[in-house]
Design a protein around this ligand. Structure first.
Ligand code: NAD
Length: 510
């Protein structure tokens, strides 16, 4: 049964949404038309003009009040997210409340510093004549397009940055999780943000495409590689900037000297957390043959202990969307047909009425299987035996994706060396899946996993135009190097070039 299905076409597309926990309907929504979206962007632009006049410190007061809402209304958020996604309660608290609180507080506390006008020293002799100041100016209206796997956190993290930077935001959430977005909207309204500064336009891919065409000044997109390409093309046509946070196929390298207990826990958590619906989820595990058997034994023993139920008090929750279930089942069927061996799970949970796939451990996998090449996004621990670390690294890098990865070893220097050689946006050593939650770490994929980096000072400044104001220190008298050009000034310039870059003292000064 489809988690969301179209129930009307005209005059507007209308969808019914079901909970993956019970498959019972939980609500309906109507898609905003291109005209609705344009009107929302116009209203946002008006609201943005007065918002931009506030100082960053004044804007932070709103963010602190949003934080109060999150702290006070935790249960409401957790229940709404569980109903819509079926994720485990611990994950709803950790990912959708804790991580949001951390992001809001992080930026509210630091935005005034990150966005303060900056004096920059100018190099060489030019610095004696000119001074440079950078002002971080908001871009205007940001189009935020989000996926379904972290419906609150993947909204709130970019939202709070864009707003604190002085922008308005028009948000097109995933059609799979439309109600979590409305909850964020209610929380922000209750925090007192000015009307129309943050608006939600419900809809499907067509609505997302309409948002890009509706006059926004930047697009912050999180989603699949296929949609990311379309978004990049549309933004390219419109000549507006975009950050694209796309899919992944993260590899885990387990060295012979790894702490096996910890690595086995990491394998399980990295692969099954959020039902495996995590962009930085561990999707491929390469284990040195010297410790392969004990490692697999530990993973299997721990996987057999995982609980799966539809009460929320579960370790591994529901698959959020029937389309993802089809992908998981398809990848597993392909792997088994090509010789993979299932040690735990490997099927849809027959005891639960909702959309549940059993936590699964599968071995004897190889790169001719979809399971090791395409994003599976399910609770699958896929383990491949390798000769040594070099083979592990070669296989880890043999992927069209490059989001994150992780390395497990008790030798810290080796961990750093291997991490540096991974062709990914970031790497964890003896840990996994946490990079997005550490704003000091620029986050973003390489290869097909994305364009641009988000989070931290660099991320919030990405919602601004860094406006350089270059002033002459004196501001009077003749302009050096100006008209009239003549032989004498040309010779003078050439002498100057020889003096400045042709002598050690000159080079030091330059
Ligand atoms: P998706 O690409 O199908 O949809 C993402 C959003 O884009 C949705 O809101 C959708 O309605 C909208 N959309 C669809 N077509 C569009 C178009 N032509 N123009 C504009 N918008 C359009 O992705 P999904 O299935 O919702 O999300 C899962 C994917 O997101 C996975 O690949 C996952 O790895 C990735 N993801 C990446 C990160 C990251 O930070 N790198 C984080 C979370 C999820």
């Amino acid at each position: 049964m489809a988690i969301y299905e179209r129930i009307a076409d005209a005059p507007r597309r209308r969808y019914r949404v079901r909970s993956p926990v019970s498959l019972a309907p939980i609500g309906e929504f109507e898609c905003a038309t291109a005209e609705d979206v344009r009107a929302a962007v116009e209203r946002a632009r008006k609201a943005q003009a007065s918002w931009a006049e506030l100082t960053v410190a004044q804007r932070t007061a709103y963010a602190w009040r949003l934080l109060d809402q999150f702290v006070k209304r935790q249960d409401e958020i957790v229940d709404a997210v569980i109903q819509e996604t079926g994720k485990a309660r611990s994950e709803a608290i950790g990912m959708e409340v804790f991580a949001c609180c951390d992001a809001i507080a992080y930026y509210a506390k630091r935005a005034p510093r990150f966005l303060a006008p900056e004096k920059r020293r100018i190099h060489g002799l030019l610095g004696f004549a000119k001074r440079l100041r950078l002002v971080y100016k908001p871009l205007g209206v940001v189009g935020l397009i989000t996926p379904w796997n972290g419906p609150v956190v993947l909204t709130v993290n970019p939202l709070v940055q864009a707003l604190l930077a002085g922008n308005a935001v028009v948000h097109k959430p995933s059609e799979v999780t439309p109600f979590s977005a409305l909850l964020v909207k209610r929380l922000s309204d209750d925090a007192g943000f000015p009307p129309d500064l943050y608006q939600v336009v419900q809809g499907d891919g067509e609505t997302g495409a309409a948002l890009i065409e509706a006059g926004v000044d930047k697009v912050s997109f999180t989603g699949s590689v296929a949609t990311g390409r379309k978004v990049a093309e549309a933004c390219g046509r419109r000549l507006i900037p975009a950050t694209l946070e796309l899919g992944g196929k993260d590899a885990m390298i387990v060295c012979a000297d790894a702490d096996l207990e910890r690595a086995a826990q990491g394998a399980l958590l990295g692969s099954c957390m959020n039902t495996g619906h995590y962009c930085c989820g561990t999707e491929r595990i390469y284990v040195d043959e010297k410790i392969y058997d004990p490692f697999v034994e530990k993973v299997v023993a721990a996987a057999q202990q995982l609980r799966q139920s539809d009460t929320g008090e579960t370790d591994v929750g529901a698959v959020f969307w029937d389309r993802q279930m089809e992908i998981i089942e398809g990848h597993m069927a392909d792997a088994v047909a090509k010789g993979a061996k299932v040690l735990v799970g490997g099927r849809r949970n027959p005891t639960l009425p909702g959309l549940y796939y059993e936590p699964t451990v599968v071995v004897d996998v190889s790169h001719d299987m979809e399971l090791m090449r395409k994003e599976t996004f399910g609770p699958i621990v896929a383990i491949q035996k390798v000769r040594d670390e070099e083979e592990a690294l070669r296989l880890a890098n043999d992927s069209e994706y490059g989001l994150n990865g992780n390395v497990w070893t008790t030798d810290p220097e080796k961990g750093q060396r291997l991490a540096e050689r991974m062709e990914t946006g970031g790497v964890c050593v003896n840990d996994m899946a946490i990079t997005y939650g550490v704003p000091e770490a620029p986050f973003g994929g390489v290869k097909a996993s994305g364009v641009g980096q988000v989070n931290g000072a660099q991320g919030i400044r990405g919602y601004c135009h860094a406006h350089p104001i270059l002033a002459d220190r004196k501001g009077k008298g003749p302009i050096q190097g100006g008209y009239p050009y003549n032989r004498k000034s040309q010779q003078g310039m050439q002498r100057f070039i020889r003096l400045l870059w042709g002598t050690p003292l000159g080079r030091w000064l330059a």
